[in-house]
Design a protein around this ligand. Structure first.
Ligand code: ARG
Length: 576
């Protein structure tokens, strides 16, 4: 157990039990980082009321029963009743040395039996992926990687929008434009132009519009020719998506696409089940659920529309069938929807209906991992100068091209240069999304994401490259660094202590589905490394034991950074 907070929580917990008896043994010791020591325990303040004792007195009694021999150097009660805990440097060194032989770098496995569905990316057939999709894709993929690292079973679900009324129009347009030409346009990602051309035809020509409407009906009735034409659109879009995912180092495969059409055969049954249970009722001709607690501006109950008055099913029906399938058929125990915050109400209503229906019980959870808005530096939605939506591939290309310029002067070999530019550009693009709390809005700014200093992808990548070059210079392999770690300077102590927090951070990111905690930790680690490296000579250290220790610290930082960046899906170039 390397995590200091966990060790201290256990010791303080035991002291509370010893001081106040079993009835208070379960109290959370409330171990927090402290300004005045390494950590503080705040449990005396929370217990004082139920103990009927001033917090300071409670703190004194806890300390009297506290056994932290070999762990802490100093224990002090301060302020109204905080217990300040300063770790012994030897203990920190010992724990850090332990990490050297720990494959998992202090990250414990968690509930390996948990089965989690992560719904993310949410692309649509024949529609451009936008920066919001990029953010949901980067965040969702990081969440997936983190959960899998913790040993959980993860089902990726990129809820592909491949069904619905626009497909009648798109199929009719495909017939007019020619199948091959349409396929080529979509596979190249020219969605906006294709969609707009179809839309223009639809709006301008009543006969076309009528054919489009009839096409939706035949498609939904399963007409083979309509399905074949629809498949052309889906296949072409999938080609584009595969290319994007590969370029972005996203783990989604064809098998993960979870298309809306997959749920088609279930929609009728789901509606019938909810109607029979009295959860859905006919309202103004449509079948609607009115989950409790959702009202519109007028105070009237809000409907989740399950079947429109024309008999058609929509987005809400599919999501209702999907949640049922995920809970009852896949038997998932945790559902994470990494989806834009503007869909909060929709998802909460789907969750509420699933609860009413008894599909979502206390044995499982459903959460909306909301993604905030992405804006340009002008605070408005990101657009091209012509006012069009920017193609994701254009942003990717630009990130890589700019990264090439940032590092161009360092590399002569064009192959190496391109590889590094690619890793740095993609890394910067994704890390920009991942380093910000996912729910807050995010300003898309190439200059900032590509900066070599600050909390950026390139800064972290550069830190790893710098450590690798230390080992290269010494002709050593970082894997061979055996330590042990010893602490001779304040920056060494701070660095080693930071390293011990990796496991806790990964758990926290998993629990809250918030990769930015991990990103922030990696940045803190790289900063602690920089401070250490400025103050402490490594290869030039006079004492051979100190040199070994510092090399071991470097090796650990490298491993944690590479592992952590890997969990975020950020590529790490060997050199930079
Ligand atoms: N395709 C949707 C969109 O572009 C996102 C899908 C999100 N997932 C879900 N289960 N509704 O907005």
């Amino acid at each position: 157990m390397a995590d200091p907070q966990e060790v201290l929580a256990e010791r303080v917990g035991a002291a509370v039990a010893a001081a106040f008896g079993a009835s208070h043994a379960g109290a959370d010791p409330l171990i927090r980082p402290s300004q005045f020591a390494d950590f503080q325990a705040n449990v005396a303040l929370s217990l004082s009321k139920s103990l009927g004792m001033p917090p300071r007195q409670a703190a004194d009694q806890i300390v009297a029963h506290l056994d932290v021999t070999g762990i802490c150097d100093r224990v002090e009660v301060s302020g109204p009743g905080f217990i300040n805990l300063t770790l012994a440097s030897d203990w920190i060194a010992g724990q850090a040395s332990g990490l050297l032989t720990d494959q998992r770098l202090g990250v414990a496995l968690v509930d390996p039996g948990l089965k989690v569905v992560v719904d993310y990316s949410g692309p649509n057939v024949a529609k451009e992926l936008h920066v919001g999709h990029l953010r949901a894709t980067a965040v969702g993929d990081a969440v997936v990687r983190i959960l899998e690292f913790l040993g959980q079973t993860v089902i990726r679900a990129a809820h592909l929008g491949d069904w619905g009324t626009p497909f009648g129009m798109l199929i009719e347009y495909t017939l007019e434009a020619g199948e091959e030409a349409s396929h080529a346009a979509l596979a190249a990602g020219d969605f906006t132009a294709f969609y707009q051309a179809a839309r223009t035809r639809f709006d301008a020509d009543e006969a076309f519009a009528e054919r489009a409407r009839r096409r939706v009906a035949t498609l939904q009735a399963g007409d083979p020719e309509s399905l074949r034409l629809w498949q052309v659109l889906v296949n072409a879009s999938m080609e584009y998506l595969r290319m994007i995912y590969a370029r972005l180092n996203i783990t989604l495969t064809d098998a993960d696409m979870d298309p809306e059409s997959f749920y088609n055969p279930m929609l009728g049954d789901v509606c019938a089940e909810l109607e029979d249970a009295g959860i859905a009722v006919i309202s103004e001709g449509a079948l609607c659920a009115f989950p409790p607690g959702f009202t519109g501006r007028d105070g009237k109950p809000l409907p989740l529309i399950l079947r429109k008055s024309d008999g058609g099913y929509g987005y809400a029906t599919t999501d209702t069938a999907a949640i049922r399938y995920r809970l009852l058929d896949l038997k998932a125990t945790r559902l994470i929807y990494v989806v834009g915050s503007e869909q909060a109400q929709h998802l909460q209503m789907v969750f509420a209906v699933a609860r009413q229906a008894g599909w979502l019980t206390d044995d499982a959870s459903a959460e909306h991992a909301a993604i905030g808005l992405v804006t340009g530096t002008d605070g408005k939605r990101l657009k091209t100068r012509a006012g069009e939506q920017i193609k994701l591939i254009t942003l990717i290309d630009e990130a890589v091209e700019r990264a090439g310029r940032v590092i161009a002067d360092r590399y002569d070999d064009p192959v190496q240069r391109d590889q590094i530019a690619d890793a740095v550009g993609i890394g910067a693009l994704k890390y920009g999304d991942l380093s910000v709390a996912r729910e807050s809005s995010y300003t898309f700014d190439f200059d900032r994401m590509l900066a070599l200093t600050g909390n950026t992808g390139p800064y972290l990548q550069y830190a790893t490259a710098r450590i690798r070059s230390i080992f290269r210079k010494a002709g050593l392999d970082p894997a061979g660094a055996a330590g042990p770690v010893q602490i001779t300077a304040e920056t060494e102590r701070a660095l080693a202590l930071t390293l011990l927090g990796f496991g806790r951070t990964v758990q926290q990111s998993a629990q809250s589905a918030e990769p930015h905690h991990l990103a922030g930790f990696l940045f803190d680690l790289a900063s602690a490394f920089t401070a250490f490296y400025e103050a402490c000579p490594v290869l030039q250290a006079g004492d051979p034991e100190v040199r070994e220790s510092r090399l071991a610290l470097c090796a650990l930082v490298l491993r944690v950074l590479v592992t952590g960046l890997g969990l975020l899906g950020i590529p790490v170039p060997e050199r930079m």
